[in-house]
Design a protein around this ligand. Structure first.
Ligand code: UDP
Length: 478
């Protein structure tokens, strides 16, 4: 017993197995091993193979003897797309295959686990922890503002906001989400809430998993107090113990040893796709803040019509653009030929790759704006880099995030449900020139606050220390 108390606490980290979740939770894992904790990180077999293939993750973590990866099945066939609508199928696989595998692992792993940091979208991790008497801290990879909307889903149903009727005025204010009464419209509700059927499994899953959070030992958010303080006050009335420790990619940079700091953005990629670095050489040849970066993350899919509308908007804007088009991101067929004018316009001013080192791209001096799907990692990465955004949300928390970017934080424009070449063209020109000054001003101010929060003495910096202390105390009581 005495020995156990002298050894560092053992934390098991379990993310939902998709890019954004794995990325931010691996950053937390690295922060915890840097603080001297022992960490076991659970990857799905599928993701682990890809991480090993496309990154230096094995070498990078090999320098931490107290870190280990363990893998579990995600219950899906290897060729399952794990993107678009089909991402929700991961939940089913996890319940059937992964939950028992996780339980078995927790029973045999040595030294025993003192604390689980589980992805908050996976409510079953709490049940497994409770059964085995291991405390669970939940990590939410989404924004706190979206978490809060998920939390009040029962109130939205009670008030008759959900289900959404066929002839709903999408601009109507929702009014029943505390703290968002004056700006949250029906169209800003998370995609899972925009359903005509209250039995919808995605709606029920997020509602149930989120309500369970009040049973967790604590909640971690990848955010900072200056960004989401007002909403966090509401959440604290239901879940009092909250650690806001983000933006995690910036916090990791602060805490890495000096000789590794500069490598952080280029080499700390946790990508599940092969990174094409040729775009950095292309950016090196461009003028300062002249390029609009376009990326819709790891899950968004679009129709061919949407692809063409965005493409025309970019080409017609006459701006330079770097566009990430994942090979699996365009669905449907029809009219296979790309119009010649798009090909010519792209040759002149554009550059397309499958996957980029995004943190590094956003920090590049040639980038002037970001057309994004408003995934939470992308939003934070843009915010830290002080880059204004145009938001074209796809699903989950992205509808709420984009409303906050446009209306609350004033960091850019929210294109929302529109996908029209003229709107894209106008918004790109607004961000890059017409309204640039106002957005750059607020983006710079927010970037400054973000960086302060992860600097020594800043709110997120201190909260991470408190979290680590909490885990140490917890392990002494095990
Ligand atoms: N990303 C990247 N290269 C790309 C596109 C995305 O490294 O070409 C990273 C991006 O930096 C972010 C993550 O993938 O950390 C996407 O997470 P996010 O939460 O923004 O969106 P999701 O993919 O979960 O929809």
């Amino acid at each position: 017993m005495e020995d156990r108390k002298q050894s560092p606490p053992h934390v098991l980290i379990f993310p939902f197995p998709i890019q954004g979740h794995v990325n931010s939770m691996l950053k937390l894992a690295e922060l915890l091993v840097l603080a001297g904790l022992k960490v076991t990180f659970i990857n799905s077999d599928h993701n682990h193979d890809r991480l090993v293939r496309f990154t230096d993750v094995v070498a990078r973590f090999a320098k931490y003897p107290s870190f280990q990866f363990r893998t579990v099945p995600d219950g899906l066939p290897d060729d399952h797309p794990r993107a678009g609508d089909m991402v929700t199928e991961i939940f089913d696989g996890l319940i059937v295959k992964t939950k028992p595998a996780l339980r078995d692992l927790l029973v045999v792993i040595r030294p025993p686990v003192d604390c689980i940091i589980g992805d908050g979208i996976l409510g079953f991790v709490l049940d497994v922890g409770q059964e085995l008497k291991i405390p669970v801290i939940q990590f939410r990879t989404i924004s706190s503002c979206c978490f809060w909307v998920y939390y009040v889903i029962p109130d939205l149903i009670e008030a008759g906001v959900i289900p959404i009727s066929g002839n709903e005025d999408m601009d109507r204010l929702v009014k029943v989400v505390p703290g968002m009464e004056s700006f949250l419209r029906i169209r800003d509700l998370p995609s899972f809430c925009q359903t005509k059927n209250i039995e919808d499994s995605s709606l029920q899953n997020v509602a149930m998993a989120t309500r369970k959070s009040s049973r967790a030992h604590a909640l971690i958010f990848n955010t900072f107090e200056d960004l989401e303080g007002p909403i966090l006050s509401h959440i604290r009335t239901e879940c009092p113990k909250i650690y806001t420790i983000g933006p995690l990619h910036a916090q990791l940079k602060t805490r890495l040893p000096e000789d590794q700091k500069n490598k952080a953005s280029s080499e700390s990629s946790n990508s599940l796709w092969a990174v094409d670095r040729s775009c950095i050489s292309w950016l090196d040849q461009q003028e300062k803040q002249s390029v609009i970066y376009v990326s819709f993350g790891s899950i968004t899919v679009m129709t061919r019509e949407q692809l063409i509308e965005i493409w025309y908007g970019l080409v017609n804007s006459k701006r330079r653009f770097l566009w990430i088009v994942r090979p699996d991101s365009v669905v449907g067929h029809g009219g296979e030929d790309i119009p010649q004018e798009l090909i010519e316009g792209t040759k002149e001013r554009g550059y397309l790759v499958d996957w980029a080192p995004q943190e590094e791209v956003l920090a590049h001096w040639a980038i002037g704006g970001f057309l994004t799907h408003s995934g939470w990692n992308s939003t934070l990465e843009s915010l830290v880099a002080g880059v204004p955004m145009i938001c074209w949300p796809y699903f989950a928390d992205q509808q709420v995030n984009s409303r906050y970017v446009g209306e609350v934080w004033k960091l850019g424009l929210d294109m929302k449900d529109v996908c029209d070449r003229n709107v894209v063209e106008r918004m790109v020109n607004d961000i890059m020139e017409e309204k640039r000054e106002e957005f750059v001003k607020s983006a710079r101010e927010m970037a400054k606050l973000a960086k302060e929060s992860v600097s020594v003495g800043g709110s997120s910096y201190c909260n991470l220390d408190r979290l680590i202390e909490d885990i140490r105390l917890m392990s002494l009581n095990m």
